[in-house]
Design a protein around this ligand. Structure first.
Ligand code: GDP
Length: 444
């Protein structure tokens, strides 16, 4: 998970301050040194770190932190504000053109995640804004790119315009835009070619496409895993194309997060979205303030609430509440619950949004292996309808049959039934207003 190291180091630095009634100038200096090292270790650009530390120091002095009440808290607040500012301050969204269609041109190196991001963005607009996007396949150098975009198009049900690999990409864009106008598409995404390195030919082609398409936004897609290189790329592309914003992909990987913290400060261009996985739903709007508070271990309850709203089916939740009341919760509902939790992404990421949880060592163990879920599903699918609806009938011979049918050891079947019964009991207690059921469950 990104920022893990930075987050724990910053929190450690603040913990030392919190323990003190009064902070001396020397304490402040040592905290600032720890913050500086933590940022450098997280691969934040050197000059960005220097400026950051200067700003925090100046503010701390200006606000007379050392003489004020609760100096530790005041410093954390200053760092929080400055981290937010460093990542761009306000949340930046896609612009909407006055004329239809709104055109979004994508750029970036090969493998950064352009094609995937085009699909994710098209899906997001389609679902959230009822948009009717068209995706133009203008990457003619990587033959698989067109096919990849077509597959994504099928998956998210968004049309793709392509003319194969023999036509000049600028012409493809012109033709694609004509089709978009005829079909009244309100958004157009242009998936352009990438190279392994920035070169003149690529830049010229992108400039020509920009000239012809006059995009509303030019989004540069950069791979967070490449660290400082991502920042250099952003600078190079920005100089040539005057991009409007950045999508930082692969923030789900084992990155130190420095790119996220440096890009705005170095290029002056904001991050709009972050890629958090390979699936079409794994795209998040980038909120600098929420990210700062997540890094400082203060949680990100807003994002958690939004994610829950989007992924948990309201009607199903109502039905579940009803079932809890009537005590008719069965294995089909259990499966449904697991599925909904899985749709929200890795459990570990969700837990990290809860205040104080980001660096909790217990988080190391909460990730549910997708294979575990598959095993649970296999067991439940091997049950008859009667067994799923009325688990009380699951006697030893039925359990043996289910173990055989799902190719799982009998112990796993027994464990699942036990967990199910516990969950049912807990739900029953909660719906009867007895929260101690929940506490008992947590302690097990
Ligand atoms: P392009 O060459 O820039 O079009 O890159 P692709 O869209 O083909 O992506 C390259 C690889 O990165 C593919 O395997 C994607 O599935 C993967 N990828 C893209 N975005 C993300 C992300 O946010 N997280 C992870 N883990 N993988 C990603």
């Amino acid at each position: 998970m990104a920022f893990e190291g930075l987050s724990s180091k910053l929190q450690e630095a603040f913990r030392k301050l919190r323990g003190k009634g009064q902070i001396t100038e020397a304490d402040l200096r040592s905290t600032m040194r720890e913050i500086r090292l933590a940022l450098l270790d997280a691969d934040v650009n050197f000059t960005v770190v220097r400026d950051f530390v200067k700003k925090v120091q100046a503010k701390a002095k200006g606000e007379n932190v050392l003489e004020g009440l609760n100096p530790g808290q005041q410093i954390i607040k200053i760092v929080d504000d400055e981290l937010t500012e460093m990542m761009g301050g306000e949340t930046t969204t896609l612009k909407k053109s006055n004329k239809i269609p709104t055109i979004i041109m994508m750029a970036g190196l090969q493998g950064a995640g352009k094609t995937t991001t085009v699909g994710k963005l098209a899906k997001m607009l389609k679902e959230d804004d009822n948009a009717r996007p068209l995706m133009i396949a203008a990457d003619v150098y990587r033959p698989a790119a067109i096919e990849q975009l077509q597959q994504i198009g099928k998956q998210i049900d968004v049309p793709v315009f392509e003319e194969g690999t023999e036509v000049n990409p600028v012409k493809i864009v012109e033709d694609g835009l004509k089709v978009a106008k005829e079909n009244h598409n309100d958004y157009v995404f242009i998936d352009t070619a990438g190279r392994l390195q920035i070169d003149e030919k690529l830049m010229n082609e992108l400039k020509e496409i920009k000239e012809v398409a006059k995009p509303t936004d030019i989004l540069l897609v950069v791979d967070a895993m490449t660290g400082q290189n991502a920042v250099n790329m952003a600078e190079g592309f920005n100089e040539a194309l005057d991009i409007t914003g950045v999508v930082l992909t692969k923030l789900d990987g084992d990155t130190r997060g420095g790119a996220a913290l440096s890009i705005k400060a170095v290029t002056g261009k904001p991050i709009l979205f972050t890629g958090q996985g390979e699936k079409m739903d794994n795209l998040d709007v980038f909120h600098p303030d929420r990210m700062a508070s997540r890094i400082l271990g203060m949680g990100d309850v807003l994002s958690l609430v939004e994610k829950t709203k989007k992924n948990i089916d309201e009607k199903k939740s109502m039905e579940l509440a009803e079932k809890m009341k009537e005590n008719t919760f069965n294995f089909d509902d259990f499966l449904d619950q697991l599925q909904q939790i899985q749709n929200m992404g890795p459990l570990k990421n969700l837990m990290a949004m809860i205040p104080g949880m980001a660096n909790n060592p217990a988080l190391q163990n909460v990730d549910m292996d997708p294979k575990d879920l598959d095993r649970i599903k296999a067991i439940i699918y091997s049950m008859t309808n009667e067994e799923r609806e009325n688990p009380d009938v699951l006697n030893p011979s039925r359990r043996r049959r289910i173990a055989k049918g799902s190719a799982q050891p009998i112990q796993s079947v027994n464990r699942l039934i036990k967990q199910f019964n516990q969950m049912k009991k807990m739900m029953n207690q909660i719906s009867n207003g007895n929260m101690s059921g929940m506490e008992n469950m947590m302690q097990q």
